[in-house]
Design a protein around this ligand. Structure first.
Ligand SMILES: Cc1cc2nc3c(=O)[nH]c(=O)nc-3n(C[C@H](O)[C@H](O)[C@H](O)COP(=O)(O)O)c2cc1C
Length: 368
Protein backbone atom coordinates (compact mmCIF):
# COMPACT_ATOMS: atom_id res chain seq x y z
CA UNK A 1 0.00 0.00 0.00
CA UNK A 2 2.69 2.51 1.04
CA UNK A 3 4.94 1.25 -1.76
CA UNK A 4 2.23 2.07 -4.29
CA UNK A 5 1.72 5.49 -2.74
CA UNK A 6 5.49 6.05 -2.76
CA UNK A 7 5.71 5.19 -6.47
CA UNK A 8 2.71 7.29 -7.43
CA UNK A 9 3.29 10.36 -5.26
CA UNK A 10 6.57 10.71 -3.38
CA UNK A 11 8.81 9.30 -6.11
CA UNK A 12 7.55 11.94 -8.55
CA UNK A 13 8.23 14.77 -6.12
CA UNK A 14 11.49 16.44 -5.23
CA UNK A 15 12.82 14.39 -2.25
CA UNK A 16 13.05 17.37 0.09
CA UNK A 17 9.52 18.50 -0.76
CA UNK A 18 8.27 14.96 -0.21
CA UNK A 19 9.97 14.99 3.19
CA UNK A 20 8.24 18.25 4.14
CA UNK A 21 4.88 16.95 2.97
CA UNK A 22 5.15 13.70 4.93
CA UNK A 23 6.40 15.64 7.92
CA UNK A 24 3.41 17.97 7.78
CA UNK A 25 0.99 15.01 7.72
CA UNK A 26 2.70 13.36 10.67
CA UNK A 27 2.55 16.57 12.70
CA UNK A 28 -1.08 17.12 11.74
CA UNK A 29 -2.18 13.65 12.83
CA UNK A 30 -0.22 14.01 16.07
CA UNK A 31 -2.21 17.15 16.87
CA UNK A 32 -5.62 15.42 16.82
CA UNK A 33 -6.15 13.64 20.17
CA UNK A 34 -8.37 10.70 19.18
CA UNK A 35 -6.61 10.14 15.89
CA UNK A 36 -3.11 10.11 17.38
CA UNK A 37 -4.15 7.64 20.08
CA UNK A 38 -5.61 5.37 17.40
CA UNK A 39 -2.52 5.65 15.16
CA UNK A 40 -0.15 5.05 18.06
CA UNK A 41 -2.10 1.98 19.13
CA UNK A 42 -1.86 0.61 15.60
CA UNK A 43 1.70 1.58 14.72
CA UNK A 44 3.48 1.63 18.04
CA UNK A 45 2.28 -1.45 19.88
CA UNK A 46 4.34 -2.21 22.98
CA UNK A 47 6.20 -5.46 23.37
CA UNK A 48 7.07 -6.05 27.02
CA UNK A 49 10.09 -8.16 26.16
CA UNK A 50 11.65 -5.30 24.18
CA UNK A 51 11.76 -2.89 27.15
CA UNK A 52 15.21 -1.42 27.19
CA UNK A 53 17.36 0.34 29.71
CA UNK A 54 20.20 2.33 28.23
CA UNK A 55 22.14 5.41 29.26
CA UNK A 56 20.31 5.27 32.58
CA UNK A 57 17.00 5.77 30.71
CA UNK A 58 14.00 3.48 30.36
CA UNK A 59 12.60 3.01 26.87
CA UNK A 60 9.75 1.00 25.37
CA UNK A 61 12.22 -0.64 23.01
CA UNK A 62 15.65 -0.28 21.41
CA UNK A 63 14.66 1.25 18.08
CA UNK A 64 14.82 4.99 17.54
CA UNK A 65 14.84 7.71 14.91
CA UNK A 66 18.32 8.82 13.80
CA UNK A 67 19.32 12.48 13.74
CA UNK A 68 18.53 14.64 10.73
CA UNK A 69 14.85 13.82 10.28
CA UNK A 70 13.53 16.20 12.94
CA UNK A 71 16.26 18.81 12.95
CA UNK A 72 14.29 21.45 14.83
CA UNK A 73 12.38 19.31 17.34
CA UNK A 74 8.98 20.02 15.79
CA UNK A 75 7.62 16.46 15.51
CA UNK A 76 8.76 14.51 18.56
CA UNK A 77 5.26 13.28 19.42
CA UNK A 78 4.51 12.52 15.79
CA UNK A 79 7.56 10.29 15.49
CA UNK A 80 6.85 8.62 18.83
CA UNK A 81 3.34 7.95 17.52
CA UNK A 82 4.92 6.05 14.62
CA UNK A 83 6.74 3.73 17.02
CA UNK A 84 10.21 5.19 17.44
CA UNK A 85 11.31 4.44 21.00
CA UNK A 86 13.66 7.37 21.13
CA UNK A 87 13.90 10.42 18.92
CA UNK A 88 17.21 12.11 18.24
CA UNK A 89 16.60 15.70 17.21
CA UNK A 90 19.12 17.85 15.34
CA UNK A 91 21.78 18.33 14.30
CA UNK A 92 21.36 21.69 16.00
CA UNK A 93 24.17 24.23 15.60
CA UNK A 94 25.12 27.13 17.87
CA UNK A 95 23.68 29.66 15.41
CA UNK A 96 20.78 29.27 12.94
CA UNK A 97 21.82 28.53 9.35
CA UNK A 98 20.09 27.76 6.04
CA UNK A 99 22.24 24.79 5.02
CA UNK A 100 23.53 24.19 1.52
CA UNK A 101 21.74 25.43 -1.62
CA UNK A 102 19.00 23.15 -2.98
CA UNK A 103 18.95 20.51 -4.52
CA UNK A 104 20.70 18.76 -1.68
CA UNK A 105 18.83 15.49 -1.16
CA UNK A 106 18.79 12.68 -3.73
CA UNK A 107 16.99 9.32 -3.83
CA UNK A 108 18.74 6.29 -5.27
CA UNK A 109 15.62 4.16 -5.26
CA UNK A 110 16.95 0.96 -6.79
CA UNK A 111 19.78 0.99 -4.23
CA UNK A 112 17.39 1.84 -1.37
CA UNK A 113 19.76 4.68 -0.59
CA UNK A 114 19.92 8.46 -0.21
CA UNK A 115 22.64 10.99 -0.82
CA UNK A 116 22.34 14.22 1.15
CA UNK A 117 24.35 17.37 1.51
CA UNK A 118 21.84 19.27 3.62
CA UNK A 119 24.61 21.01 5.57
CA UNK A 120 22.90 21.26 8.97
CA UNK A 121 19.96 23.46 7.93
CA UNK A 122 18.41 24.29 11.30
CA UNK A 123 16.94 27.08 13.40
CA UNK A 124 19.89 27.18 15.82
CA UNK A 125 20.36 26.35 19.48
CA UNK A 126 18.42 29.32 20.94
CA UNK A 127 15.22 28.64 18.95
CA UNK A 128 15.32 24.88 19.45
CA UNK A 129 15.99 25.32 23.16
CA UNK A 130 12.91 27.57 23.45
CA UNK A 131 10.79 25.03 21.58
CA UNK A 132 11.89 22.17 23.81
CA UNK A 133 11.28 24.26 26.94
CA UNK A 134 7.71 25.01 25.81
CA UNK A 135 6.92 21.42 24.85
CA UNK A 136 4.19 19.50 26.64
CA UNK A 137 4.84 15.86 25.77
CA UNK A 138 1.90 13.77 24.58
CA UNK A 139 3.73 10.45 24.29
CA UNK A 140 6.40 9.49 26.77
CA UNK A 141 9.59 9.09 24.78
CA UNK A 142 13.30 9.63 25.14
CA UNK A 143 14.64 12.75 23.40
CA UNK A 144 18.27 12.89 22.34
CA UNK A 145 19.77 16.18 21.23
CA UNK A 146 22.46 16.05 18.55
CA UNK A 147 24.72 19.11 18.26
CA UNK A 148 27.16 20.20 15.56
CA UNK A 149 29.29 23.13 14.46
CA UNK A 150 27.90 26.26 12.82
CA UNK A 151 29.38 26.46 9.31
CA UNK A 152 30.77 30.01 9.56
CA UNK A 153 32.51 29.31 12.86
CA UNK A 154 36.16 28.52 12.11
CA UNK A 155 37.48 25.09 13.10
CA UNK A 156 39.71 26.64 15.83
CA UNK A 157 36.61 28.09 17.51
CA UNK A 158 34.49 24.96 17.20
CA UNK A 159 34.64 24.15 20.93
CA UNK A 160 32.97 27.46 21.82
CA UNK A 161 30.15 26.80 19.36
CA UNK A 162 29.46 23.31 20.77
CA UNK A 163 29.63 24.70 24.32
CA UNK A 164 27.07 27.38 23.43
CA UNK A 165 24.68 24.71 22.14
CA UNK A 166 25.32 22.55 25.19
CA UNK A 167 24.54 25.39 27.58
CA UNK A 168 21.25 26.03 25.80
CA UNK A 169 20.17 22.48 25.07
CA UNK A 170 21.60 20.02 27.62
CA UNK A 171 18.85 20.70 30.14
CA UNK A 172 16.22 19.58 27.62
CA UNK A 173 18.12 16.48 26.52
CA UNK A 174 17.67 12.97 27.85
CA UNK A 175 21.01 12.42 26.16
CA UNK A 176 23.39 14.66 24.24
CA UNK A 177 25.31 13.74 21.08
CA UNK A 178 28.41 15.48 19.78
CA UNK A 179 28.26 15.09 16.02
CA UNK A 180 31.73 15.26 14.46
CA UNK A 181 30.95 13.03 11.53
CA UNK A 182 28.73 14.79 9.02
CA UNK A 183 30.51 15.08 5.65
CA UNK A 184 28.62 18.25 4.73
CA UNK A 185 30.27 20.83 6.99
CA UNK A 186 33.81 21.53 5.80
CA UNK A 187 36.42 20.45 8.36
CA UNK A 188 33.89 18.95 10.80
CA UNK A 189 35.21 15.42 10.52
CA UNK A 190 38.74 16.59 11.45
CA UNK A 191 37.31 16.93 14.95
CA UNK A 192 37.29 13.12 15.16
CA UNK A 193 41.08 13.12 15.54
CA UNK A 194 41.77 12.46 19.21
CA UNK A 195 43.85 15.65 19.63
CA UNK A 196 40.79 17.68 18.62
CA UNK A 197 38.16 15.38 20.09
CA UNK A 198 39.60 15.23 23.63
CA UNK A 199 39.31 18.98 24.37
CA UNK A 200 35.94 19.16 22.59
CA UNK A 201 34.32 16.33 24.54
CA UNK A 202 35.87 17.54 27.80
CA UNK A 203 34.49 21.04 27.27
CA UNK A 204 31.01 19.77 26.34
CA UNK A 205 30.97 17.47 29.39
CA UNK A 206 31.90 20.39 31.66
CA UNK A 207 29.33 22.67 30.04
CA UNK A 208 26.61 20.04 30.44
CA UNK A 209 27.51 19.54 34.11
CA UNK A 210 27.53 23.31 34.70
CA UNK A 211 24.18 23.91 33.09
CA UNK A 212 22.17 20.95 34.39
CA UNK A 213 21.75 20.34 38.09
CA UNK A 214 20.23 17.28 39.71
CA UNK A 215 21.20 14.77 37.00
CA UNK A 216 24.12 13.91 34.76
CA UNK A 217 23.19 14.19 31.09
CA UNK A 218 24.56 11.16 29.19
CA UNK A 219 27.06 12.24 26.53
CA UNK A 220 27.70 10.37 23.27
CA UNK A 221 29.79 10.94 20.18
CA UNK A 222 28.68 10.08 16.64
CA UNK A 223 31.34 8.82 14.28
CA UNK A 224 31.80 8.36 10.52
CA UNK A 225 32.02 5.01 8.78
CA UNK A 226 34.95 6.37 6.77
CA UNK A 227 37.34 6.38 9.73
CA UNK A 228 40.25 3.99 9.34
CA UNK A 229 40.03 1.03 11.72
CA UNK A 230 42.88 2.40 13.90
CA UNK A 231 40.99 5.67 14.23
CA UNK A 232 37.82 3.82 15.27
CA UNK A 233 39.92 2.15 17.99
CA UNK A 234 41.41 5.50 19.00
CA UNK A 235 37.94 7.06 19.43
CA UNK A 236 36.82 4.01 21.41
CA UNK A 237 39.81 4.28 23.74
CA UNK A 238 39.28 8.01 24.18
CA UNK A 239 35.62 7.46 24.98
CA UNK A 240 36.55 5.02 27.73
CA UNK A 241 39.26 7.33 29.03
CA UNK A 242 36.88 10.31 29.22
CA UNK A 243 34.05 8.33 30.75
CA UNK A 244 31.76 8.97 27.79
CA UNK A 245 28.37 7.26 27.94
CA UNK A 246 28.06 6.11 24.36
CA UNK A 247 29.18 6.02 20.75
CA UNK A 248 26.81 6.22 17.77
CA UNK A 249 28.07 4.29 14.75
CA UNK A 250 27.64 5.50 12.10
CA UNK A 251 26.87 8.66 10.18
CA UNK A 252 26.63 8.70 6.36
CA UNK A 253 29.60 7.80 4.14
CA UNK A 254 31.47 9.69 1.45
CA UNK A 255 32.34 6.34 -0.16
CA UNK A 256 30.21 5.08 -3.03
CA UNK A 257 30.83 1.37 -2.55
CA UNK A 258 27.93 -1.00 -2.30
CA UNK A 259 25.89 0.77 -4.98
CA UNK A 260 24.43 -1.38 -7.72
CA UNK A 261 24.63 -0.57 -11.39
CA UNK A 262 21.04 0.52 -11.71
CA UNK A 263 21.16 3.93 -10.02
CA UNK A 264 21.51 6.90 -12.34
CA UNK A 265 25.29 7.62 -12.58
CA UNK A 266 24.63 11.37 -12.39
CA UNK A 267 22.99 10.83 -8.99
CA UNK A 268 25.81 8.59 -7.77
CA UNK A 269 28.20 11.45 -8.60
CA UNK A 270 26.38 13.95 -6.35
CA UNK A 271 28.54 15.02 -3.42
CA UNK A 272 27.30 14.36 0.08
CA UNK A 273 26.75 11.54 2.51
CA UNK A 274 25.41 8.21 1.31
CA UNK A 275 22.97 6.41 3.61
CA UNK A 276 20.67 3.40 3.44
CA UNK A 277 21.35 -0.14 2.25
CA UNK A 278 24.85 0.40 0.77
CA UNK A 279 26.05 1.60 4.19
CA UNK A 280 24.90 -1.53 5.99
CA UNK A 281 28.08 -3.63 5.82
CA UNK A 282 30.53 -0.93 6.92
CA UNK A 283 28.30 0.37 9.74
CA UNK A 284 27.97 -3.14 11.09
CA UNK A 285 31.71 -3.66 10.81
CA UNK A 286 32.48 -0.46 12.74
CA UNK A 287 29.98 -1.45 15.42
CA UNK A 288 31.53 -4.91 15.85
CA UNK A 289 34.97 -3.37 16.10
CA UNK A 290 33.79 -0.92 18.74
CA UNK A 291 32.13 -3.64 20.79
CA UNK A 292 35.23 -5.83 20.60
CA UNK A 293 37.19 -2.87 21.97
CA UNK A 294 34.87 -1.42 24.64
CA UNK A 295 32.53 -4.30 25.47
CA UNK A 296 29.85 -3.28 27.93
CA UNK A 297 31.78 -0.30 29.30
CA UNK A 298 30.08 2.08 26.87
CA UNK A 299 26.62 2.03 25.31
CA UNK A 300 26.78 1.52 21.56
CA UNK A 301 24.12 2.76 19.17
CA UNK A 302 23.98 1.01 15.78
CA UNK A 303 22.82 3.03 12.78
CA UNK A 304 23.41 2.87 9.03
CA UNK A 305 21.52 0.74 6.54
CA UNK A 306 19.09 -0.79 9.03
CA UNK A 307 16.15 -1.75 6.83
CA UNK A 308 14.28 -4.46 8.70
CA UNK A 309 14.01 -6.42 11.94
CA UNK A 310 16.78 -8.81 10.92
CA UNK A 311 19.17 -5.88 10.42
CA UNK A 312 18.21 -4.44 13.82
CA UNK A 313 18.71 -7.86 15.43
CA UNK A 314 22.15 -8.19 13.81
CA UNK A 315 23.12 -4.79 15.27
CA UNK A 316 22.09 -5.97 18.73
CA UNK A 317 24.08 -9.19 18.39
CA UNK A 318 27.04 -7.09 17.20
CA UNK A 319 26.96 -4.94 20.35
CA UNK A 320 24.29 -2.26 19.95
CA UNK A 321 22.03 -1.61 22.93
CA UNK A 322 20.11 0.90 20.83
CA UNK A 323 19.47 0.86 17.09
CA UNK A 324 18.46 3.78 14.88
CA UNK A 325 17.30 4.30 11.32
CA UNK A 326 16.42 7.03 8.86
CA UNK A 327 16.71 6.20 5.12
CA UNK A 328 14.63 3.02 5.11
CA UNK A 329 11.75 4.97 6.68
CA UNK A 330 11.49 6.90 3.39
CA UNK A 331 11.14 3.65 1.43
CA UNK A 332 9.15 1.56 3.93
CA UNK A 333 6.73 4.17 5.29
CA UNK A 334 4.70 4.46 8.48
CA UNK A 335 4.47 0.73 9.23
CA UNK A 336 8.24 0.41 9.42
CA UNK A 337 8.60 0.82 13.19
CA UNK A 338 5.81 -1.66 13.83
CA UNK A 339 7.44 -4.28 11.59
CA UNK A 340 10.82 -3.84 13.28
CA UNK A 341 9.33 -4.25 16.75
CA UNK A 342 7.30 -7.28 15.79
CA UNK A 343 10.28 -8.93 14.13
CA UNK A 344 12.63 -8.15 16.99
CA UNK A 345 10.22 -9.57 19.57
CA UNK A 346 9.82 -12.74 17.47
CA UNK A 347 13.60 -13.14 17.10
CA UNK A 348 14.18 -12.68 20.81
CA UNK A 349 11.51 -15.26 21.62
CA UNK A 350 13.13 -17.93 19.46
CA UNK A 351 16.69 -17.01 20.46
CA UNK A 352 18.71 -18.54 23.30
CA UNK A 353 18.64 -15.18 25.14
CA UNK A 354 16.24 -14.48 27.99
CA UNK A 355 16.36 -10.71 27.50
CA UNK A 356 17.39 -8.25 24.85
CA UNK A 357 20.25 -7.15 27.10
CA UNK A 358 21.62 -10.71 27.07
CA UNK A 359 21.69 -10.63 23.28
CA UNK A 360 23.74 -7.42 23.10
CA UNK A 361 27.16 -8.28 21.66
CA UNK A 362 26.54 -12.02 21.78
CA UNK A 363 28.00 -12.57 18.30
CA UNK A 364 31.20 -10.72 19.17
CA UNK A 365 31.63 -12.44 22.55
CA UNK A 366 31.22 -15.88 20.98
CA UNK A 367 34.44 -17.93 21.00
CA UNK A 368 35.56 -18.58 17.41
C1 LIG B 1 18.67 13.61 4.77
C2 LIG B 1 19.55 13.21 5.91
C3 LIG B 1 19.93 14.15 6.85
C4 LIG B 1 20.75 13.79 7.92
N1 LIG B 1 21.08 14.72 8.84
C5 LIG B 1 21.84 14.36 9.91
C6 LIG B 1 22.16 15.31 10.92
O1 LIG B 1 21.75 16.46 10.86
N2 LIG B 1 22.92 14.90 11.96
C7 LIG B 1 23.39 13.60 12.07
O2 LIG B 1 24.07 13.28 13.05
N3 LIG B 1 23.07 12.69 11.13
C8 LIG B 1 22.32 13.03 10.08
N4 LIG B 1 22.01 12.10 9.13
C9 LIG B 1 22.57 10.73 9.25
C10 LIG B 1 21.61 9.77 9.91
O3 LIG B 1 21.33 10.16 11.23
C11 LIG B 1 22.20 8.34 9.92
O4 LIG B 1 23.36 8.33 10.71
C12 LIG B 1 22.55 7.87 8.52
O5 LIG B 1 21.61 8.29 7.57
C13 LIG B 1 22.66 6.35 8.45
O6 LIG B 1 21.43 5.74 8.76
P1 LIG B 1 20.38 5.21 7.66
O7 LIG B 1 21.16 4.38 6.69
O8 LIG B 1 19.36 4.45 8.44
O9 LIG B 1 19.83 6.42 7.01
C14 LIG B 1 21.20 12.44 8.04
C15 LIG B 1 20.79 11.50 7.09
C16 LIG B 1 19.98 11.86 6.05
C17 LIG B 1 19.57 10.82 5.05
Amino acid sequence: MYKLFFDLVFKRMDPEQAHHLAFRWIRLVARVPVLRTFVAAALAPRHKELRTEALGLRMHGPFGLAAGFDKNAVAIDGMAMLGFDHIEIGTVTGEPQPGNPKKRLFRLVSDRALINRMGFNNEGSAAVSERLAARTPVFRTVVGVNIGKTKVVPEEEAVGDYVKSTERLARHADYLVVNVSSPNTPGLRNLQATEALRPLLTAVREAADRSVTGRRVPLLVKIAPDLADEDVDAVADLAVELGLDGIIATNTTIAREGLGLTSDPSLVKETGGLSGAPLKARSLEVLRRLYARVGDRITLVGVGGVENAEDAWQRILAGATLVQGYSAFIYEGPFWGRAIHKGLAARLRTSPYATLADAVGADVRKPV
